[in-house]
Design a protein. Sequence first.
Lengths: 328, 328, 327, 327
Amino acid sequence: MKENQIVPDLQIRLYTSMILTRKFEEKIVALSQEPYRMPGMQILANGQEAVATGIVSALELEDVIISNHRSHGHLLARGADLNSLMAEIMVKDKGVNGGKAGTLHLSVPDLNVLMTSTVVGAGPPLAMGAAFAQQYKRAKGITVVFFGDGAAAEGSVHEAMNLAGVWKLPLLFVCENNCWAGAQRSEEHCAAQHIFQRAKGYDMPGQSVDGNDVEAVYNLALELVEYCRSGKGPALMEALTYRMRGHGEQDQQHYVDPGELAIWEAKCPIRLYRQKLLNDGVLNQAQIQTIDQDAETRVSAAVAFGDDSSYPGPETALTDVFVQPPSA
Amino acid sequence: MKENQIVPDLQIRLYTSMILTRKFEEKIVALSQEPYRMPGMQILANGQEAVATGIVSALELEDVIISNHRSHGHLLARGADLNSLMAEIMVKDKGVNGGKAGTLHLSVPDLNVLMTSTVVGAGPPLAMGAAFAQQYKRAKGITVVFFGDGAAAEGSVHEAMNLAGVWKLPLLFVCENNCWAGAQRSEEHCAAQHIFQRAKGYDMPGQSVDGNDVEAVYNLALELVEYCRSGKGPALMEALTYRMRGHGEQDQQHYVDPGELAIWEAKCPIRLYRQKLLNDGVLNQAQIQTIDQDAETRVSAAVAFGDDSSYPGPETALTDVFVQPPSA
Amino acid sequence: MSQKTFGQALNDALTIAMEIDENVFIAGEGVGVSIHQDPNMATHGLLKKFGRKRVKDTPVSEAAIAGLAVGASCMGLRPVVEIMFFPFITLASDMLVNHAGKLGYMSGGKSSFPLTVRVKAGVGFGAGSQHSHNLESWIAHSPGLKIVWPATPEDAKGLLLTAIFDPDPVIVVEDMMLYRMSGEVPAGDIRTPLGKARMVTSGTDCTIVAYGVALYTVMKAFKPLSEQGISCEVIDLRSLVPLDKACILDSVRKTGRLVVVHEANRFCGFGAELAAMVAEEAFEALKGPVKRVGAPQIPVPTAPTHEKIFKPGPEDVVLAVRETMKK
Amino acid sequence: MSQKTFGQALNDALTIAMEIDENVFIAGEGVGVSIHQDPNMATHGLLKKFGRKRVKDTPVSEAAIAGLAVGASCMGLRPVVEIMFFPFITLASDMLVNHAGKLGYMSGGKSSFPLTVRVKAGVGFGAGSQHSHNLESWIAHSPGLKIVWPATPEDAKGLLLTAIFDPDPVIVVEDMMLYRMSGEVPAGDIRTPLGKARMVTSGTDCTIVAYGVALYTVMKAFKPLSEQGISCEVIDLRSLVPLDKACILDSVRKTGRLVVVHEANRFCGFGAELAAMVAEEAFEALKGPVKRVGAPQIPVPTAPTHEKIFKPGPEDVVLAVRETMKK
Ligand SMILES: Cc1ncc(C[n+]2csc(CCOP(=O)(O)OP(=O)(O)O)c2C)c(N)n1
Ligand SMILES: Cc1ncc(C[n+]2csc(CCOP(=O)(O)OP(=O)(O)O)c2C)c(N)n1
Ligand SMILES: [Mg+2]
Ligand SMILES: [Mg+2]
């Protein structure tokens, strides 16, 4: 069972998870600047680490996670192996999906990170299916799906919320409201001020939380996960946060007010939490340094692992289309 | 301008519109029982006349109507020509759409009944487009879209409500909640108790009304139409009513509790209104009889008109695919 | 063996699948309680037999129905979901094409999606183009999806059972016009293999390939053709993906001619694939042009007079065979 | 005439259309404010020029974007909406196929839908199969929809302008890999007629039909083929619906051979239609098998090594031509 109190041990784990994600993605930033190192689009959750860490830390391993295009934090918080994750992001054959997923479609079924869809809004109906399976099998696990404020405009999200509400599925909807969908602000894609306000229309609890406060996220997640697990039905959680590096690594954020960026920079979930743990005496400078250093070491090792593996062989392009391919 | 008070003249029009719809559809019931008279599926609004009449009577002719599979009432309330309507339902060449629409896809663009889609849930995004055109052209009209409680589960409805909310379009969403979608009850397809409860999630007013009380429908429609027309944005109206003849004419309603049917039979919007007008001295028995008789006469004439026309000629099967067909 | 309608055979398959595997469930609009009280409906009586846990009436939400199937199948269940009419596949197409068909591949083989989608097809019930629109070529064009189309009660049962227990996503198309057709159906758990066409008649002059209800249009043309001394080899395709290429190519190598018949629009229809394949891989055997019989490029019309124009008839098949024989 | 990139040519077309007709507006995800600050994007700078009334950034709601176009066009506007990437057409497909393509027909010609949908296609940017999936054969199979696919900056402009002012729904496919390609583009309001293919080279041995970026793959094969003494007639299709059948058939009647090239999956791809049509209508002229060059039946892969397997290259074109010449 998860701690339902914030104890130092947990606090250290929360910090460690966030800093690992940050270092991991900072490395991707650096590599993206080198030509041909990082094929495809790199879409990072920099600034949103507290959401992934806070929520995934409140889950049991049997709980299923469905992720979206901004997935690295969800996977790392779940404890995915850094090496095979980095290799996959580099689209290499030692990657967790053999170089067939790339950064956008990572899945680690062994860890119940069941799938990642980058069709915006597709996660919720998929998650609804997973949660149905849990209910059907009377499993203890619940399903958590991450989607953005932009995704909330897709019809599929509505269908999934409605059906989950009717069938009372063990499904936690997590909307990471990072103020943007591409270059559009939330006000341009969301009619209501808050996405959690829709919950009432599906007869489920809906709450919002400061998504840059990892303990607040953790606490609310615990409460709502418990609600879902108890069989009462789905719940909707909206985490208010900010996307610090723009939509993706190609995005220069020309449309973003630098003042707004500075405000959120000051609210960096990791910096704030580091300060809090120092103030509260949970960790001292040296211990922080060790943790940070360790994260960097692991990330470097992961890159080395990725570098050490190759692009997948051409022959594997044709496999895995079917489990049971037509006999030729 | 529409009367914003219920005056006798209006009351008589409301009654006349409802009884005309009822007689029209009762004739379709009768003809459906004869072989080959009524091709396709006949889906009737028997019992729901007060919704169509109440709302459409609160509109101006410049207002656009988007209808669904249960469309006859919407069209008749708008004043569509009975002859060409009946001929179209009989799929004849003198039908309003030349026998290409049939009962399910009637459109009378001259009367601003712009289109009818029988893809459940498709009306709202289409209507959103029409309302956008009105806003774009700074037209005075608004758009009204009719959809069912079942349709409210479709993602397209959510997308349309959200976008109409963001853009503040002059669009009245009318959900005819008749307790059923096919053989499923509202509770099986709607997570919340009321569909109007979703309005808050789109920052629009949402209200419900007794859909069997034509004056109540008219009054609420007036209020919400005025809201939409004034440029404040969309609104959602839920009319609670009942589908008396089942989903369509093939439906024997084996799954419907006869007790429930009896309750709603007693709440027949036409019977109730007739009684009220008699009680209030707005009409006497003889006047009622004249109106009813007149409706029947018009309906019979329409059937004769339909009978008098033919199935469309085979050559017309190939036209109207494109306005500008490829030059051969 | 017993005499069953096509619909009863489907019902039989669903019953058996649910009996032998706890992980099979069915879901869709009205699969439990239906407005029809008709034993020829595939899901008739299943709610009573298996209860609300395993027979799920859903809201009118095609994307969610398909999403349910994708998500639940990835968790090890075997969902059998229904999309009521073929044109509504559009609403489920993101889930089917971009998810069911691709996520297994992108997982590097770590995930699988053993789901089945039943969908009703067919022209001729006067409801017009929003209820009738055969889109098999869309599915067939999408990698990672299988699609089968039974023409007989026996295959209805055998293909549906195979589909349900296949480890990949399979779309099973049910021709509405066939539900009431009767035929011999073996009892028990029978499986018709995917990717094996059925030789209906063997012949020497022309190969005719069809599937679903179009097969019967072909059979109606068979007699007049025989009378004209033309010997046709008729193939019931049964499975579009995987496709029994060998059967078709072998037959054309023998007859030298191909006519393909389906109810879908001819332009870019599945017949185009068959015709192209033969013109590509059995060209040297061809003695006359390949011919496609299908609908003209118009939406499915509503009026009976127009439906006739749309729907290929036996006379169209005869004409096509005669034309390819002329050369 | 001036030198413009493909993207600038599209931008030019949109600008002109909006200048000459008040009823033209554009809508889509990021068509106003974009994460890209790139003059080679079709909608670059339009928000600044035409304002928020006519340049509408939308929520991420593809069905609603398409519904907006259908509803607004029926009211007399000329919407030009963008669906960001081709696989997301699935989400808009009910609106496009069941509504834009059918409602005019079912109205008996009373309504029309002069809308344009711009969609980005293409393989080779490493985003995998949920962002890359060319589905032109879906659109082409759907009655009532037109679809064009420019390969040059001039056609990008001319076809987009024609599409916008065409009275019917037109899908304009934009190959992402072409946005930065430069070429001569005439100034002013130019219109490329729909349904007219462009003869790129004339030749005597083999007809090669391609569209979009695949045309350049063909051109890369042209030289080695010439060197081998094979004279190819290359046709840039430009418009898939309406289709310039006469151009293709005439060419094949001259050369006796057909090779079709596209980036979409070969199975049930648009090339199947072209191959079938030729095998049906110009059979007597064929001297060798029709050949289709396209992607194998797998989702668009992510890894560079896999993308190479997927994407047809000049060597595949050479091989196909040589194979049909052999017979
Ligand atoms: C169906 C679909 N439409 C459009 C896109 C392109 N796209 C990718 S991410 C994105 C914005 C999503 O915004 P949000 O859901 O808020 O997530 P965030 O990027 O902010 O994390 C868009 C429009 C897509 N991937 N899928
Ligand atoms: C997209 C789609 N799915 C399913 C259907 C089949 N269908 C026709 S009407 C109907 C029920 C609709 O219920 P509701 O919206 O409440 O309207 P009502 O029939 O009660 O007026 C269904 C499921 C359809 N026409 N379109
Ligand atoms: Mg966002
Ligand atoms: Mg209803």
